[in-house]
Design a protein around this ligand. Structure first.
Ligand code: ACO
Length: 325
């Protein structure tokens, strides 16, 4: 019998009240850093973001998103035999954020590990869970993107600190005889690692390297648009389909201009693109599952529809998965 994986529940978590551009700009002004709502909206489309309060971690946000996804799936945490968490902002060096979430959900016994592919992380994690389910290693997986990027932002660097937010999104992926994940493709080019990185590490009891995110914005922009177009086409073709059959495009939510340029290159009209970057800013590995959950809950994405999920980010990494809901 054919064995596939299907998304059977989605969930998300956004901490606290949204922080508007005006509020962020005024907080930055107190430190002598100048920005404006007009600059942020016109360059990025971002209007607000959420930030965690003191002590709140990726595993806490990820656990909340996971509980929501399990509730939608009508599944108990004890039925989960695989947890993969995509994060670049784990609670600890180890244990993994996935193990912390497994403990919090009181669902011991299955496999649990983190995936580190920055903003492509959720698509990498989904493709990994799909392969593990199809090959019989797992039956029911939680795939989670969870980030607290506010922990690695340099508030004196206006070119990066206005772009990111915190949050988590999750899906339950379950074995099925009908296909849900139709195709997935993953790529990386380590030679481009320095366009977007956080090089800090703990060594000998000290932080060595730079503990904040740094980015060459224009280089990222150019790379992102090219690879999102290419991997989207590659993935849809691998499923034996064409781009006009895709009901919804959900690219990584970095910047509205990247989303617009990608959709244009792919010939997908803007009405079929899910855009949440205005409300969430860039939540790295959480951005795609957050957007998927939002568009599912508000009724835009309907059962049976084809959704193309795309990630791109540090590493440099990129990937896509075509799923039928
Ligand atoms: N407020 C006001 N002015 C600013 C700000 C700010 N927050 N940030 C930068 N500026 C200024 C710069 O200092 C510069 O001023 P100058 O001309 O006097 O030197 C001016 O704005 C233009 O700066 P650029 O970097 O050239 O601006 P650009 O038009 O390239 O936009 C941006 C910057 C938005 C980062 C753009 O390059 C971009 O969208 N890049 C894509 C990267 C991205 O979205 N990264 C997200 C993470 S990557 C990922 O998730 C895959």
């Amino acid at each position: 019998m054919n064995r596939f994986s299907r998304i059977v529940g989605t969930g998300s978590s956004l901490p606290g009240e949204p922080v508007s551009n005006a509020e962020l700009v005024s907080r930055l002004a107190e430190r002598g850093v100048q920005s404006s709502d007009e600059w942020i909206v016109s360059r990025t489309g971002i209007r607000q973001r959420h930030f965690v309060g003191p002590g709140v971690t990726s595993s806490q946000l990820g656990t909340q998103a996971a509980r929501q996804a399990l509730a939608v799936a009508g599944m108990a945490a004890s039925e989960i035999d695989l947890i993969i968490v995509a994060t670049s902002t784990p609670d600890y060096v180890f244990p993994s954020t996935a193990c912390l979430i497994q403990k919090e959900l009181d669902a011991p016994g299955g496999a649990a590990f983190d995936v580190q592919a920055v903003c492509s992380g959720f698509v990498y994690a989904l493709a990994t869970a799909d392969a593990m389910i199809r090959t019989g290693i797992a039956n029911r997986a939680l795939v989670i993107g969870a980030e607290v990027f506010s922990h690695i932002l340099d508030w004196n660097d206006r070119s990066t600190c206005v772009l990111f937010g915190d949050g988590a999104g999750a899906v339950v992926l379950a074995a099925d005889t009908r296909p849900g994940v139709l195709a997935a493709r993953l790529h990386a080019d380590g030679r481009q690692g320095d366009v977007l990185c956080t090089t800090g590490k703990i060594s000998g009891g000290e932080i060595v390297g730079h503990p904040y995110l740094t980015m060459n914005g224009q280089a990222v922009f150019k790379l992102a648009v090219v690879v999102l177009d290419a991997v989207g086409r590659e993935t849809v073709a691998a499923a034996g389909m064409t781009l006009d059959q895709v009901d919804w495009l959900i690219p990584h939510q970095a910047n509205v201009r990247i989303l617009d340029a990608t959709a244009k290159r792919m010939g997908i009209p803007s009405e079929r693109v899910v855009v949440t970057v205005g409300q969430h800013a860039n939540t790295s590995a959480a951005s795609v599952p957050l957007a998927l959950d939002q568009a599912t809950r508000d009724g835009r994405i309907k059962p049976g529809q084809y959704v193309l999920l795309e990630g791109v980010g540090g590493g440099f990494t990129w990937g896509a998965a075509l799923v039928q809901i």
